[in-house]
Ligand binder design. Structure first.
Ligand SMILES: Cc1cc2nc3c(=O)[nH]c(=O)nc-3n(C[C@H](O)[C@H](O)[C@H](O)COP(=O)(O)OP(=O)(O)OC[C@H]3O[C@@H](n4cnc5c(N)ncnc54)[C@H](O)[C@@H]3O)c2cc1C
Ligand code: MET
Ligand SMILES: [Zn+2]
Length: 616
C-alpha cells in the first residue's frame, strides 16, 4: 500500500509532530540530525511516542541533513551516514505506518541567500541517500521560497514515483513572502507533480485555517497542514510554545472542513497534539467539497497630498536651492534649536536637514523636531534615516510615522557605527544597507511594505542619498552614486568640500548624472577645527592655503571664525556656479554662520540656475 492509495480511498492520515522542539527541550543545542548517529535511541523514542499517539506517517530526522546545512557544524561529509541512520531508526520504530524522508528548505526566509545551483547539488545528494534507504515517500517542508521548492520538487519528481508531499510556509494569512497567494502556490506544486500540497511551520492553526479558506480542494493532489503549536514566546532564555493540546481537538475538525487529508504538527507540537488530531479524526473521512472564500484585496488609495507636493529634487532642477543642516540638540532644551531654525527660515532656505543621531550619539528624535519645524515655522524638514538604530521592524514603523507626520523628504544613509559614539557598546543594527533602505522607501511609495504587504496608501517620499567625493579615486564614489540611482535615489547630498579643486573635480566627474547634487559647504570655526577635519576625518583634506589662512588666527577665535566664513563664501561662489543645490552644514549649533552664508548666497546668486548648470 502507498499513502497516496490510502488518501485515494478517502482516508485522513495523521502525520507526526515536532522533532526539533522536543530535542531542544531535552537540551540539545548542536545539530539535531547528528543525533541519528550519536543518540539513535532518543530519536527512536520520539518516533515511537508519535506512533503511539496515532501517527500514520512519521518523518525521518533529516530536516537539515544536507551538505549546505550540515556544513555549519563541519558535518558536510556525513550526509550519507546521517540520512541512512535516520531512515533505519524510523523504519525500526514504524510497524505498518509510513516513513517519509524529510528534506527542509535551505534558503529559509532569505530569498537569494544561496544560489539555486548550490541548492540543487545539496538537495540531490540528500534525496539519493534517502531513496537508497527505502522510504515510503518524500516530504519537502518549510519552504518560504517558492522558486526553491519548485526547483527541488521538479528534481525529485524526475527521480522517483514515490509519494511526494510539498509544503510551503506562510508569510501571513493567504500569502508567501514574495506575495504569491497560497492558492496559486499550491496549484503550481500540484502541476509539477506533488501528490500532497500544503502548509507547515511558522504560524499556528489560526493563520493556516484562515489561509485554507481561500484554497480550493485540488483536482489531483491532497491538502496537508502541519501547523505550529502557537506563536513562540521567549522566556528564561528559551523559545517556548504555549498552546495546549485541547485546542488542537477543535482545530482538527476545522482542518478537515477545509479539505485537509494529511494533518500533522510542526514546531512546538508534541505527541499530545498529535493524539488530539488522531482521536478526533480517526473515524472520519475528508470532505470533498467546500466553499472557497475570495480574498478581498486592500484598495490602494493614492495619497491626497502627493499631487500638491513638489519635492525638493524637482524644485532644484528649476532654481538654485539651499538646504541647511541643523543638528537636533543633545539635551532636552529646544529653544536654541528653534531660534536657529527660525533664523534660517527667515534667511530664505528651502529645507532644514535634520541628522539622525549623527556620530552615533543620542539626540532629540529628528522626526519629532521635523514635525514641529514644519507646523510651527512652515519650514520644510529633510529627515535623515540611518540603518544603524532601527531594525527592519523599526525602520518600517518609522517610515509610516514620517508619512503620518506629513514629512516627505528623507535622506537615506548607512549611519556612523555605534562604536564611534557615546555608547560604543550599543548594537549597530544594519539590517539593510543604504541601497536597500532607498529601495524600501521607494517600495513604500508604491504602497507596499518590505514583504509586499499593502499599506492601504502610497507614501510620497522623495529620497536623497549621501555622496562622498572626498576620496582619492572619485570615480569609485560616482559608481556608488550611480548604484544608488539604480536603487531609486532622487537626489544627492555631498559631504563638505573644502577646496576649489575638489569642487571642479566633483563637477567634472558627475556632469553626466541627471539627478541633482547638493554640495556640502561647512564654515570652519577655528584652526583646531580645520586641523581636526584634515587629519582625523576620513577622506577630508583641506588645501594647504586654507590651513595656513586658518592657522594665522590661532589666538583669535573671533577672527578665525570670520576667516572660516570668508573661505566658505568663496567655495560657495564656485559651487553655485557649478551646481544648483547647496547644502550648508551648521557647525556646533552656530547657526549665525549658516544664516550668514544663506543670506550671502541669496544676495550674490540671484540667478535662477547655476551658470554651468549640471543636474538640471
Ligand atoms: C550628507 C550626509 C548626511 C549624513 N547624515 C548622517 C546622520 O544623520 N547620521 C549618521 O549617523 N551619519 C550620517 N552620515 C554619515 C554617514 O552615514 C557615514 O559617513 C557612512 O559611513 C556613509 O554613509 P553613506 O550612506 O554615504 O554610505 P554608503 O554609501 O552606503 O556606504 C556604506 C559603507 O560603504 C563604505 N564605502 C563608501 N564608499 C565606498 C567606496 N567608494 N568604496 C568602498 N567602500 C565604500 C562606507 O565606508 C560605508 O561603510 C551622513 C553623511 C552624509 C554625507
Ligand atoms: C523548522 S520547521 C521543520 C521542523 C521539523 N519538522 C522538526 O520538527 O524538527
Ligand atoms: Zn516548524
Amino acid at each position: 500500500m502507498s499513502l497516496v492509495t490510502d488518501l485515494k480511498h478517502n482516508k485522513i492520515l495523521i502525520g507526526d509532530g515536532a522533532m526539533g522542539t522536543l530535542l531542544y527541550s531535552y537540551g540539545s543545542d548542536f545539530c539535531y540530525e547528528e543525533l541519528n548517529l550519536s543518540q539513535p535511541e532518543q530519536i527512536y523514542n520520539i518516533h515511537r511516542a508519535y506512533l503511539n499517539a496515532g501517527a500514520d506517517i512519521i518523518q525521518t530526522n533529516t530536516y537539515a541533513a544536507n551538505y549546505s546545512k550540515l556544513e555549519r557544524y563541519g558535518l558536510q561529509d556525513q550526509v550519507k551516514e546521517i540520512n541512512k541512520a535516520a531512515v533505519q531508526i524510523a523504519r525500526r520504530a514504524a510497524k505498518n505506518e509510513y516513513v517519509v524522508g524529510t528534506i527542509g528548505g535551505i534558503r529559509g526566509i532569505k530569498p537569494n541567500s544561496i544560489s539555486l545551483d548550490e541548492i540543487k547539488r545539496s538537495f540531490r545528494e540528500q534525496l539519493y541517500c534517502l531513496l537508497m534507504e527505502n522510504v515510503d515517500g518524500i516530504q519537502l517542508e518549510t519552504y518560504y521560497d517558492l522558486q526553491e521548492l519548485e526547483t527541488v520538487l521538479e528534481i525529485a519528481r524526475k527521480e522517483t514515483s514515490l509519494p511526494m508531499i510539498a509544503q510551503v510556509s506562510l508569510q501571513e494569512i493567504g500569502f508567501l513572502q514574495d506575495r504569491t497567494p497560497i492558492s496559486e502556490a499550491l496549484l503550481r506544486l500540484e502541476e509539477i507533480g506533488a501528490d500532497v500540497v500544503g502548509l507547515n511551520c511558522r504560524l499556528g492553526p489560526y493563520h493556516m485555517l484562515k489561509t485554507l479558506e481561500e484554497v480550493p480542494i485540488p483536482k489531483k493532489a491532497f491538502i496537508s497542514a502541519f501547523p505550529n503549536a502557537s506563536l513562540p514566546s521567549y522566556s528564561d532564555g528559551k523559545f517556548q510554545y504555549e498552546s495546549d493540546a485541547e485546542y488542537f481537538k477543535e482545530c482538527a475538525h476545522l482542518f478537515r472542513e477545509q479539505g485537509v487529508s494529511v494533518l500533522g504538527g510542526c514546531c512546538g507540537t508534541t505527541p499530545e497534539h498529535i493524539r488530539a488530531f488522531s482521536n478526533e479524526l480517526k473515524n472520519l473521512q475528508p470532505v470533498k467539497e467546500k466553499e472557497v472564500k475570495q480574498r478581498q484585496r486592500d484598495i490602494v488609495i493614492q495619497s491626497a497630498s502627493k499631487s500638491m507636493y513638489v519635492p525638493l529634487c524637482e524644485e532644484v532642477k528649476k532654481k538654485q536651492s539651499i538646504i541647511v543642516e541643523l543638528d537636533p540638540p543633545r539635551k532636552l532644551d529646544t529653544s536654541g534649536f528653534m531660534e536657529g531654525a527660525k533664523a534660517l527660515k527667515e534667511a530664505g532656505i528651502d529645507a532644514l536637514t535634520l541628522a539622525d543621531n549623527s556620530l552615533a550619539s543620542p539626540r532629540i528624535c529628528n522626526s519629532a523636531l521635523g514635525s514641529i519645524v514644519q507646523s510651527e515655522l512652515n519650514l520644510r524638514p529633510l529627515v535623515h534615516i540611518t540603518c544603524r538604530d532601527r531594525n527592519l521592524i523599526g525602520l518600517q514603523s518609522h517610515l509610516m510615522g514620517l508619512h503620518t507626520q506629513g514629512i516627505r523628504e528623507i535622506l537615506a544613509v548607512t549611519g556612523d557605527p555605534a562604536s564611534v559614539g557615546d555608547f560604543p557598546g550599543a548594537s549597530s543594527v544594519y539590517d539593510v544597507t543604504s541601497f536597500e533602505l532607498i529601495k524600501l522607501i521607494k517600495q513604500f511609495n508604491q504602497g507596499l511594505s518590505l514583504s509586499g504587504k499593502e499599506l492601504g496608501e502610497k507614501t510620497s517620499f522623495s529620497v536623497g542619498a549621501a555622496f562622498n567625493p572626498n576620496i582619492r579615486l572619485i570615480d569609485k564614489a560616482v559608481e556608488r552614486l550611480e548604484k544608488k540611482i539604480e536603487y531609486g535615489a532622487d537626489y544627492f547630498i555631498s559631504q563638505p568640500i573644502f577646496s576649489e579643486e575638489k569642487l571642479i573635480e566633483t563637477y567634472e566627474a558627475t556632469k553626466h548624472i541627471d539627478k541633482p547634487i547638493y554640495i556640502g559647504i561647512m564654515p570652519l570655526t577655528s584652526s583646531q577645527n580645520a586641523e581636526f577635519l584634515h587629519h582625523e576625518v576620513p577622506g577630508i583634506k583641506l588645501s594647504d592655503s586654507v590651513r595656513e589662512q586658518m592657522g594665522k588666527f590661532k589666538e583669535s577665535p573671533k577672527q578665525a571664525s570670520v576667516e572660516g566664513l570668508n573661505i566658505a563664501k568663496s567655495l560657495l561662489d564656485t559651487a553655485m556656479d557649478l551646481f544648483n543645490g547647496i547644502y550648508l552644514i551648521t557647525p556646533f549649533m552656530r547657526y549665525e554662520l549658516t544664516v550668514e552664508l544663506a543670506k550671502y548666497a541669496r544676495m550674490n546668486h540671484p540667478s535662477l540656475l547655476a551658470r554651468r548648470s549640471q543636474n538640471a
